[in-house]
Design a protein around this ligand. Structure first.
Ligand code: SF4
Length: 441
């Protein structure tokens, strides 16, 4: 019998920071289309099907002529992109969290050559976590340890049911572990959030905190843990009796974890929230084992932080304008730079700031020449002057990515890249060559 389907097993899903590595993908041998995805959640599965050719997929390089995108050769598109970057006074290279580490490394090389600004999506998600960890360190563990040992799980300002759908079934809730043989029945799930999210609805305990008052609540928990009597009835909307009960639960568990999301990093006290959460976890280690893990969103934003740090010493918000890397979130982070209109050209790699940056910064982004390296039509790419069509890392080319707990995993290629698309790494290498030519190097 002639085989019609090729199955690729043990595939790592290139969507969210959970980086599930047990997917099985069926590809039609004749058409090279993805026809079946097993073990993926809805969003991961969708990403595999989105790799099939469609109206939204870029297959050839495009440049904008008289307001319309026109197909051109790779050479023409790269030439125009290099022109824009070389002629800019203060170019910004942004994104890099939905691509693999080798491409990220090429991005750093290009930024250094151009004396450019270099940033990744951590500056709008877990940048405050990185700042806090730089200040006070952190007690961490792998997701495997959590699966096998954790009996108390706190989701603080994160909603994995929607944002990391298989996190609960692979590592933190329903899964049976070596010491947690009864799965869900062996775990106490606590959610702290201003909203009664779907994760809160399946938790054992839901603590409703007032919006942007996480810092006060964590400080109150720390005070009660130290034996202080608080002479107020509630803190951040949570009754003192509930805080005392929570402290007893945390002290008496075997292995606790705080998974925290953007509800903590992007509420009012930003990195101070994370700073104090880290200190709470350290203090809980006087009683039991406790760790914390940021719920990273993009599948390789943790890798972007690693690769930028290996190469420059800093994880995000980097400025090369003086010929050496400088780091200052708030000054060199993309949103702030764009709000102050300090950027005169941008290269966006595997990211879509047009759909999540504040409107005033997006307006300034679109005002100046814009290049995107992107597989699909996005709210950012439609405004680009040059579109360099990319193969999707983890589907159409290999690479390395870092899971949210810092474990690197290999991404597999399951099918060929369509049309004239090239991997992000190849595109950046070719762009580097063009830029070198133009700079006379
Ligand atoms: S949970 Fe995340 S990594 Fe796992 S299949 Fe879903 S989107 Fe992919």
């Amino acid at each position: 019998m002639v085989e019609k389907i090729r199955t690729v097993k043990d595939v790592s899903c290139p969507f969210c920071g959970t980086l599930c590595d047990d997917l099985e993908i069926d590809v039609d041998i004749k058409t090279d289309l993805v026809v079946e995805v097993r073990n993926g959640c809805q969003i991961g599965t969708k990403k595999y099907f989105s790799s099939n050719p469609s109206d939204h997929r870029y297959m050839k390089p495009l440049i904008k002529v008289n307001g319309e995108h026109k197909e051109v050769s790779w050479d023409e598109a790269l030439d125009k992109a290099a022109d824009i970057l070389v002629n800019a006074q203060r170019p910004l290279l942004y994104g890099f969290s939905s691509t693999e580490c080798e491409a990220q490394s090429k991005g750093v090389e290009l930024a250094e050559m151009l004396n450019a600004l270099l940033d990744n999506t951590a500056s709008v998600c877990h940048g405050p976590s990185l700042l806090a960890i730089q200040d006070v360190g952190a007690s961490l563990a792998t997701l495997g340890e959590i699966k096998n040992r954790a009996d108390t799980i706190i989701f603080w300002g994160s909603n994995p049911v929607h944002a990391h759908p298989r996190h609960l079934s692979r590592y933190s809730d329903f899964i049976r572990g070596y010491f947690r043989t009864d799965g869900r029945n062996d775990r106490n799930i606590i959610v702290v959030d201003p909203r009664n999210t779907h994760t809160a609805q399946i938790a054992d305990k839901y603590i409703k905190v007032n919006p942007s008052e996480d810092y006060e609540l964590i400080q109150a928990i720390r005070a009660v843990l130290r034996g202080s009597e608080l002479d107020v009835k509630e803190v951040s909307g949570v009754p003192i009796e509930d805080i005392k009960e929570l402290v007893e639960e945390l002290k008496s568990c075997n292995f606790g974890v705080v998974f925290f999301g953007m509800g903590l990093t992007q509420s009012l006290a930003h990195h101070r929230n994370v700073d104090t959460a880290i200190r709470l976890v350290a203090e809980l280690n006087d009683y039991t084992k406790f760790i914390l893990i940021p719920m990273r969103g993009h599948y390789n934003v943790a890798g972007a932080n690693q690769v930028f740090t290996w190469n420059t010493g800093y994880a995000y918000s980097i400025d090369f304008s003086r010929g050496y890397p400088r780091y200052n979130p708030g000054e060199f982070s993309s949103v702030d730079l764009l709000l102050r209109d300090e950027v005169d050209a941008s290269l966006i790699v595997a990211s879509d700031p047009g759909s999540n940056f504040p409107a005033a910064s997006v307006k300034n982004l679109f005002k100046h020449p814009l290049i995107v390296i992107e597989p699909h039509k996005t709210p950012t790419s439609v405004f680009a002057d040059v579109i360099l069509p990319a193969a999707i890392a983890g589907i159409e080319c290999e690479g390395t990515a870092y899971r949210m707990d810092g474990v690197p995993l290999r991404l597999r290629k399951v099918k060929d890249a369509p049309g004239e698309t090239l991997s992000d790494k190849e595109i950046l290498e070719k762009l580097i060559e063009k830029v070198k030519e133009k700079m006379g190097e």
